[in-house]
Design a protein. Structure first.
Ligand code: ADP
Length: 397
């Protein structure tokens, strides 16, 4: 089957056309500046990237341009749009309503809309992408794959906040978790690669990218994860603050004379390693370079990131009463040996030992612990688009 995977934001739309038999992307691309002016970046597999600047007043026009690119005489990758069997959409927040992927119909759209208050920036944008595909690709099934779904196996003990119970009952205030598609894909691959028994396994998956989250997966099911009601909770991230004393919000509102919304914008977009480094960068490649040149704030930012991640790993080992394997994935987890090394040096007492040479790996599957390490540590590249294509095919079969 050929599956068009779409990740739609408020002014952007990322896509991949995936052949589920070969598991390869036939084309990847990105529509940018939708509603502003409009730019399509399209790369056919094995070919040159082409950039088309053309007005994209709305997402429907963007989807049309993507489809035109896919069948184009020179840079297209299919002969006819009829070859696209289904569209798989990344949907951010499924609340408690969705614990697995779904075929999107009117009822599903209404249920996703009910979750909009939990993800006011993302869910409405995701649905715009769904509607645009429904309007243009008549008769082609649309499948929704939720960021939150894989984490729905968490028990109340892990997902409840220490708040009045009625806030959960009335307003759905609880921890949901995100990056579920990646945690699911990578944990399944780890079980397979390490020949672990899924029904008797304890994994910790560290999805470390610009947004970062970590999960404890016991017997194939999420027991806990670091992101909460929104993606702001948990690890220190590229620009997000992660866990902090909530009173700081009130303190900054008064001290900086800003609104709550403005302070939350700072906590989401100007904090994390970017803020800690004094604005050097949210990208760890820049932070590593600045640290090497003696920038103390950049060095501290990376250390704070690693320390917080190590604390979560420690907590999850306690939560699961042990761990068989620790998995690193996403941009940083797959490529940054400095961060992996800093995190893992906290676990010498547990008998985790790292093969320094193996830890130099970038972007490929590899065991990075030594043969005599008490816990296996492995790098596994994530592929959220392929995971969405797998889910789409599985639902339609
Ligand atoms: P996002 O959450 O936006 O998908 P990524 O998973 O791409 O982010 O992670 C971004 C981080 O990963 C950056 O800090 C960057 O330093 C790091 N990273 C991504 N790719 C590479 C690479 N090829 N080599 C080194 N670091 C990388």
């Amino acid at each position: 089957m050929k599956v068009l995977v779409i990740n739609c934001g408020s002014s952007s739309l990322k896509y991949q056309l995936i052949d589920s038999e070969t598991e390869k992307a036939l084309a990847v691309g990105l529509c940018e500046r939708i509603g502003i002016d409009g730019r399509l970046n399209h790369t056919p597999a094995g070919g040159e990237k082409i950039v088309i600047e053309k007005a994209m007043p709305d997402h429907q026009v963007a989807v049309s341009m993507v489809l035109d690119a896919l069948v184009h005489d020179t840079y297209g990758v299919i002969g006819d749009l009829k070859e696209i069997d289904a569209v798989g959409h990344r949907l951010v927040h499924g609340g408690e309503k969705f614990s697995s992927s779904v075929i999107i119909d009117k009822e599903v759209i209404a249920a996703v809309e009910e979750c909009n208050p939990l993800a006011p920036l993302h869910n409405p944008a995701n649905l715009i992408g769904v509607r645009a595909c429904q309007a243009i690709m008549k008769g082609v099934p649309n499948i929704g794959v939720f960021d939150t779904a894989f984490h729905q196996t968490m028990e109340p003990v892990a997902y409840m906040y220490g708040l009045p119970y009625e806030y959960y009952e009335k307003y759905k205030v609880r921890r949901y978790g995100f990056h579920g598609t990646s945690h699911s894909f990578v944990s399944k691959r780890a079980l397979e690669m390490l020949s672990l028994d899924p029904s008797n396994s304890k994994l910790i998956v560290c999805h470390l990218g610009n947004g970062s989250s970590i999960s404890a997966i016991k017997n194939g099911k999420v027991m806990d994860t670091s992101m909460g009601m929104t993606p702001l909770e948990g690890l220190v991230m590229g620009t997000r603050c992660g866990d902090m004393d909530p009173t700081i919000v009130e303190y900054l509102v008064h001290t900086l004379d800003k609104s709550v919304e403005e302070v939350l914008e700072i906590l989401n977009k100007e904090s994390g390693v970017y803020g800690l480094s004094g604005g050097v960068s949210s990208d760890f490649r820049d932070l590593d370079a600045a640290s090497n040149e003696g920038n103390e704030k950049a060095k501290l930012a990376v250390e704070v990131f690693s320390y917080r991640t190590a604390k979560y790993i420690g907590a999850y080992i306690a939560a699961m009463d042990g761990v068989d394997a620790i998995v690193f994935t996403a941009g940083l987890g797959e490529n940054n040996s400095v961060v992996r090394g800093q995190i893992l040096e906290h676990f010498g007492y547990m008998g985790i030992t790292i093969d320094k040479e193996a830890n130099m790996v970038r972007g490929e599957e590899k065991v990075i612990s030594t043969l005599d390490s008490k816990v296996t540590v492995v790098v596994i590249p994530t592929n959220e688009e392929l995971a969405i294509a797998h889910e789409t095919v599985a639902l339609l079969k």
